[in-house]
Design a protein around this ligand. Structure first.
Ligand code: 2P0
Length: 344
């Protein structure tokens, strides 16, 4: 072994959704996410002497099992950063990776996986020696973005923005940054119950999904809406304003799915039980006045968000009323997390 590095990096859930991009992983609109805590990937990158003539001599294992299927995305990532990390094609690379969340649970593993890998590569890279801590994370975010857009947001804890938004100082399309604007502290301890309606592969890959925004009849209106929502969310999060923030994130989730329902070809990524769960969440809110609101990723699962103070009541509701509609009754209790951890 010549060198190695190991990082744990979390997944994230977008409140303002990234959906649509330009070449070189430039987002069509700014996005904002909560970094998660319990859902993470641990990745170790090990360098040894190169044995093959291939440009990149590497293998990847997920929980001890060789994963050929993951290699094209990783190779594309290496190709995008090799000019800055030339060691990538000078050594043999072993990537050992494991997720904390159940395999194929529909939780985005590209955000945690590519951010963990970008952090490992940067830790080994010579560049690392000349970077301040802030510059290290900024570069890791930039590299993670080239692997997977949403991964750019996972290198920081708390509330994170990726994509240029003029009223957010320092925001950029090239990398993500923690939101520095004043945010009420209660949002930074938010709970996220991840309700597993469907376990298995997603109906549409993110690459295909982003591609569907090209020439989409509502694309420009959607990008403008996301920009407007950025301003609203940042303003509303200063107070606690749980209801208004919740309304906005549900609107974002449904706008994302509406884009997929109205693309060519069209997709419905919700399942019958997704809609049932949403309906029960709305009834629960009406009956209890507890500010529990949902968001969705590009799939059938539901993220149910609430302030820490309501955690127990919401969990009881999930157990008693929602588990019959979940795959094997499964859900994950997560919360806003602190960001990646260097393990070696
Ligand atoms: C997001 N998603 O903001 C949005 C909302 C899913 C729904 O970013 O092609 O895996 O690797 O840049 O980041 C999923 O897309 O796409 C995504 P690529 P990514 O979290």
């Amino acid at each position: 072994m010549i060198a190695s590095s190991k990082w744990r990096s979390p997944s994230n859930i977008a409140l303002i959704k990234y959906w649509g991009k330009y070449p070189h992983q430039i987002p069509a609109n700014p996005s904002i996410s909560f970094t998660l805590d319990a859902c993470y990937t641990e990745t170790e990158l090990i360098l040894s002497e190169k044995k093959s003539e291939a440009q990149f001599d590497f293998d990847l294992w997920l929980e001890g099992e060789a994963k050929e299927g993951f290699k094209p995305k990783v190779e594309q990532f290496f190709r995008a950063i090799v000019h800055e990390a030339p060691f990538l094609n000078q050594y043999r690379l072993e990537i050992h990776t494991a997720n904390s969340f159940p395999h194929s649970s529909g939780i985005a593993s590209s955000a945690s996986g590519l951010s963990a890998l970008a952090l490992c590569v940067l830790s080994i890279s010579n560049l690392n020696r000349s970077l301040t801590k802030a510059d290290f994370y900024r570069k890791a975010s930039e590299w993670a973005r080239l692997g997977s857009g949403s991964a750019s947001r996972s290198v920081y804890g708390g509330l994170v923005n990726w994509g240029r938004y003029e009223d957010l100082e320092g925001s950029a399309d090239a990398y993500a940054l923690p939101v520095k604007a004043h945010i009420h502290k209660d949002f930074l301890t938010y709970r996220d119950f991840i309700l597993l309606v469907e376990i298995g592969a997603k109906g549409v890959s993110s690459t295909v999904g982003h591609g569907l925004m090209k020439g989409h009849p509502y694309a420009e209106a959607r990008f403008a809406q996301a920009n407007r929502h950025m301003g609203h969310l940042l303003r509303l999060m200063q107070g606690p304003n749980f209801e208004e923030v919740g309304y906005l994130i549900e609107q974002e989730a449904l706008a994302l799915h509406a884009m997929m329902m109205t693309s060519d070809p069209y997709f419905i990524l919700m399942r019958a039980n997704t809609v049932k769960v949403i309906d029960l969440i709305w009834q629960f809110r009406k009956n209890t006045d507890i500010p529990a609101y949902f968001t969705l990723d590009a799939g059938a699962n539901v993220h149910l968000l609430c302030p820490e103070a309501h955690e127990q009541a919401v969990q009881k509701f999930v157990e008693q009323e929602l588990t019959p509609y979940l795959n094997q009754g499964k859900y994950i209790c997560d919360r806003v997390g602190q960001g990646p951890v260097k393990l070696k």
